[in-house]
Design a binder for this molecule. Structure first.
Ligand code: TXA
Ligand code: MG
Length: 358
């Protein structure tokens, strides 16, 4: 295990080649580098080196049954890691790579079993972030990288988050500032008869439907039920330390219910945090709450981008309970709902008009 983690600041648009070469050299030595992507920070290792990938699982304390994503710098490298590439994969690659889309395809023979948790499929993507692409290109090998957080924690969208979780456990963090998307990539399986979203993320269902026609969404994601047990979903909680409660229903009704709940929690002596859109704040006027504003309702992209940093900020303020609300299922709303549902670990309050004042 490493004792000291080096942090190198890099220009996110135009990374210093020396920093990238240094990071690539560490990867080729079989060691670990955290790097920014447009979604969240990844914890990278040489995907062709089983021992190096084992280091990722150790550093994250990630169970071996949860497979990791392989990052390429160019779609043309797909044949290196995938056994059979359907036409549709090339089309998606042409339209949406580089970008926040991960494709699940048949595993190629060069990919060690540890990457796929022994499974016959491999998850692969070409990230859009210039630092991530430069690193993969310079290393000259595909890079296996899950999110750079301890297993079960909220994914990191800044270098400071990586250090808080993995400082002392990894060799290097490339600090390229905050991640622009702020939520992980969409994981789309192309090995089922109908393309299936295993994890909603940075590319919306609507965009995929425009390109593919029919797209399935794993049922739990839509219904917001219990966390899934199939691969792709085992990182169940994305959880802050405080207990998070998710309210869903019509906005005005939900805000009224949340205000009442805040008053009850305060009366019970809890330290209460609320995670809200700017437009929601007025509903909590006069209450002693720690509020984290995610951005305006006009921009789900902004809400998504701020989500993980805000959850971490509330934990730092020492709140014991966090109340937040659902932002619908259009566009990025589905991915936001998915992460909040997991963070709530079953504490979802569906507010109907009747349940108020009862
Ligand atoms: O945006 C992202 O995808 C980030 C950045 C770093 O690229 N990575 C990321 O990795 O979120 P991770 O490991 O935290 O999440 C990857 C998800 C996991 O839920 C994993 O179970 C799933 O993808 N996955 C990986 N390989 C799979 C496979 N062969 N079949 C189904 N799901 C898979
Ligand atoms: Mg993760």
């Amino acid at each position: 295990m490493v004792n000291q983690t080096l942090v190198l600041k890099v220009d996110p648009e135009n990374p210093d080649p020396e920093a990238i070469e240094r990071a690539a050299a560490i990867i080729l030595e079989g060691r670990l580098v955290a790097f920014p992507t447009e979604t969240v920070y990844g914890l990278g290792a040489n995907a062709l080196d089983a021992d190096a990938v084992a280091g990722i699982f150790r550093a994250k304390e990630r169970p071996a049954y949860d497979p990791v994503i392989v990052h390429l710098s160019d779609p043309r490298q797909l044949p290196l890691v995938v056994a059979h590439i359907p036409e549709i994969a090339w089309e998606l690659a042409a339209q949406l790579w580089p970008g926040p889309l991960t494709l699940v395809l048949e595993r190629g023979s060069r990919i060690p079993a540890i990457v796929t948790s022994g499974g016959t499929t491999v998850a692969v993507r070409v990230p859009a972030h210039p630092v991530a692409r430069a690193l993969v290109e310079c290393a000259g090998v595909p890079i296996a990288a899950p999110s750079a957080n301890r297993f079960g924690q909220v994914s990191p969208t800044r270098a400071e988050h990586v250090l808080a979780d993995l400082g002392g456990r990894i060799d290097l963090v490339l600090d390229g500032g905050p991640s622009a998307v702020g939520l992980e990539s969409t994981v789309l399986s192309l090995v089922d008869s109908v393309p299936t979203i295993l994890r909603p993320g940075g590319v919306s269902r609507e965009v995929l439907e425009q390109l593919l026609g029919r797209v399935e969404v794993q049922r739990r994601v839509l219904s917001g039920d219990e966390p899934l047990t199939s691969p792709g979903t085992t990182e169940k909680h994305y959880a802050p330390k405080a207990e998070l409660i998710l309210y869903s229903g019509r906005r005005e009704t939900v805000l009224t219910a949340m205000r009442e709940a805040v008053q009850r929690y305060l009366a019970a002596g809890e330290r209460v945090g609320v995670l809200l859109a700017e437009e929601d704040l007025a509903a909590f006027a006069g209450l002693q709450v720690c509020s984290q504003l995610l951005g305006s309702l006009d921009s789900l992209a902004q809400i998504a981008q701020q989500l993980y940093a805000s959850l971490r900020a509330l934990d730092e303020q020492g709140v014991t309970v966090i109340l937040t609300r659902d932002f619908g299922e259009c566009g990025l709303g589905l991915a936001i709902r998915d992460r909040l549902t997991r963070a709530a670990a079953g504490r979802v309050v569906k507010v109907s008009e009747q349940s108020l004042n009862s």
